[in-house]
Design a protein around this ligand. Structure first.
Ligand code: HPA
Length: 270
């Protein structure tokens, strides 16, 4: 593998605490130029006969805070490498008492409270205007493979979680968490939007596994700390990786979902 022809079909976007995928073989790092002001470094390797890319969402060494992640550059870089399926991890606080720290949950819906992030590749001009459908924001095929893999590995995975995305980088107030609970949100985090939406605009399949790292503000009486989030991620990371690797090996070559047609009917034509 090497040079410009470095390609991958599946990608993992690693969130907080997921900075490498050590089971990949023949790994190579490549810097992918994008039109979005950043050229992410992506690791490309092999898992059996599949080519897999790995991209740490917050950059090498977690140097970029959630509200400043260049989500467009990240997704664009994966698309440039030929990626069609994306599996993401995301550290999340829990609003739902049934989703406990240390457990995993599959995102099913999101509610977007971000205010300051470029959230589309289509800003008019030559690229035009697109209104993408996000009725079902996460790929149903990837979700069912993840669920199946978790069942076989006997890893507890909550099958459906509604994720509230906040700008951060601060944690929430207790009142914000009470409001989010009333709105039906199970988890809260700072990164899944617009990542998930941008994947859809590129017609990629996208699924996200949340690692519950803490009870959200005001549920736990204790002060929230990033140290607590990092510690929980560290103790759960091996399980998440096992789930991802087992999932990757089960992904069929051809897609049977509608994610590859997400742009059909979405483009504004005059
Ligand atoms: N709030 C927002 N983002 C998070 C949290 C939280 O409680 N835990 C991990 N990421």
């Amino acid at each position: 593998m090497g040079g410009d022809d470095l390609k991958a079909e599946i990608a993992v976007i690693g969130g907080s605490g997921v900075y490498a995928l050590d089971l990949l073989q023949d790994v190579e790092a490549t810097v992918v130029d994008t039109p979005y002001g950043r050229s992410p470094e992506v690791i490309v390797g092999k898992l059996d006969d599949r080519r897999v890319a790995f991209l740490p969402r917050h950059g090498k060494g977690h140097t970029v805070p959630p509200h400043m992640v260049n989500y467009r550059a990240n997704l664009w870089a994966l698309h440039e490498l030929g990626v069609k399926r994306v599996l993401a991890t995301t550290a999340s606080g829990s609003i739902n008492s049934k989703m406990r720290p240390g457990e995993l949950a599959l995102l099913d819906q999101f509610v977007d409270f971000t205010k300051r992030r470029p959230a589309t590749f289509y800003e008019g001009g030559e690229r035009g205007v697109v209104h993408i459908d996000v009725t079902e924001p996460y790929c149903p095929e990837l979700r069912s493979i993840l669920t199946e893999a978790a069942r076989e590995l006997k890893i507890k995975l909550h099958p459906r979680a509604v994720y509230a995305c906040m700008d951060g980088p601060r944690f929430e107030t207790a009142a914000e968490i009470r409001a989010l609970r009333r709105l039906g949100c199970d988890l809260v985090g700072m990164t899944n939007v617009p990542e998930c939406v941008l994947a859809r605009e590129l017609e990629l399949c996208y699924a996200a596994v949340a690692v519950v790292t803490n009870f959200a503000a005001g549920i736990s009486r204790a002060k929230l700390t990033h140290a607590e989030v990092a510690e929980l991620m560290a103790t759960n990371i091996e399980r998440v990786k096992r789930l991802l690797f087992s999932t990757i090996s089960r992904i069929p070559a051809a897609r049977s979902c509608a994610c590859g047609k997400a742009l059909e009917g979405a483009v504004v034509k005059v």
